[in-house]
Design a protein around this ligand. Sequence first.
Ligand code: 4AD
Ligand code: MG
Length: 477
Amino acid sequence: MLGARCLLRALRSCSSAPCPSPKPSAKLSVRDALRVQTASGERVKVQGWVRSVRSQKEVLFLHVNDGSSLESLQVVADSNLESRELNFGCSVEVQGQLVKSPSKRQNVELKAEKIEVVGNCDPKDFPLKYKDRPPLEYLRQFPHLRCRTNALGSILRVRSEATAAIHSFFKDSGFVHIHTPIITSNDCEGAGELFQVEPSSKAKVPEENFFDVPAFLTVSGQLHLEVMSGAFTQVFTFGPTFRAENSQSRRHLAEFYMVEAEISFVESLQDLMQVMEGLFKSVTAMVLASCPEDVALCHRFIAPGQKDRLEHMLKNNFLTISYTEAVEILKQASQNFTFTPEWGVDLHTEHEKYLVKHCGNIPVFVINYPLALKPFYMRDNEDGPPHTVAAVDLLVPGVGELFGGSLREERYHFLEQRLARSGLTEAYQWYLDLRRFGSVPHGGFGMGFERYLQCILGIDNIKDVIPFPRFTHSCIL
Ligand code: 4AD
Ligand code: MG
């Protein structure tokens, strides 16, 4: 085992520089094997799934993939190692020598000495077919198998890299990571889109109600982050959130991941917007650097033209318009909308799409929304009429709303009145307390993680960027 670790370490440090010789018989990931620059017969073991089998007169070619990279490792074997069980989709363990490949398509290949089929796969019954590039929509029927395709493999690796990049962005910027609860007794957004949580068997819990209060799956970690922002000036959370929205749309899920940040001593929306733009651009740069082949697959085969669209977003400064300006733009649009744009009415997807196009397909912040449209916690701008709050949404090409955020109402008396008007005073005493004891101006935002992935990769349907999508009438596996 120690040998394998040393080998891995040696190989990891050699992505561009010539690699020192690995030690014999090490277990190697496909990704690490492919990174070896100068292979000279090192004995290694590779485990994975067969992506192709090609038999020539005396030689057998296999491509083995283990999920560590888009590219598979070419295995070359004497035809006497061929067996009937060696089919597309089966799992294998291959031992042999890593050698320089005569082909220009890869640096190295594995000259097999032993091929063991670990698990059979009958190609007749296996719904995925060799060389197929089935549409993502078709693959959704097979949530238990679709991760074995190149497309889902790439999307899920990007998802994993983006997750790591988000954590590193916040860590590098000095934020403290908070695990906000999944079960909660508050409805942060007040939109009534809650899933209630109850024990499945009453018999095991004699009490009427397990928690003594109605409990729900969280719609947002914001209020818990706000608690923390009374002690830590910069906090973030990144976890699953749940909305019982009756929507089959291509940008809504019942369970999705949200990245949320809360910053104390922030006095302007512009300060928040800077962090939002910084997060989007830095995380995307990290993703492009860490898995360029996976991103390229999406940009080439799933969303042609997306590479240029993304570059356009990254090289321009994001724009800002007010909600009032947005409504004016929509009213003057030549396009007919299903929902007539009007001041005081929420923007619909069709409006968001139009606004982004109108702004030259550059992400655009829309700020200062009508007070009546927004939850109790958003800071009153004390303007008007018309009366607005310091809210901000970021609209992006292809997706529409990607971020939602605001300055929070940190002034005790303003908040007290807003809560009273909504009949929430009793339930939110603890929230008022935050304004009684060392209140500070603060603000924050949430970014839908799946929508972020859709936006950078150009994936049309949100169900294709999450491993196991949950939405109305569908909770498979
Ligand atoms: O705009 P929302 O509802 O904002 C909040 O929940 C705030 N409490 C966040 C905060 O300030 N801390 O949601 C934030 C983002 C949206 O902009 C959208 O990208 C995403 O979450 N989102 C969804 N993504 C997928 N499916 C859904 N049903 C979503 N609802 C919101
Ligand atoms: Mg929103």
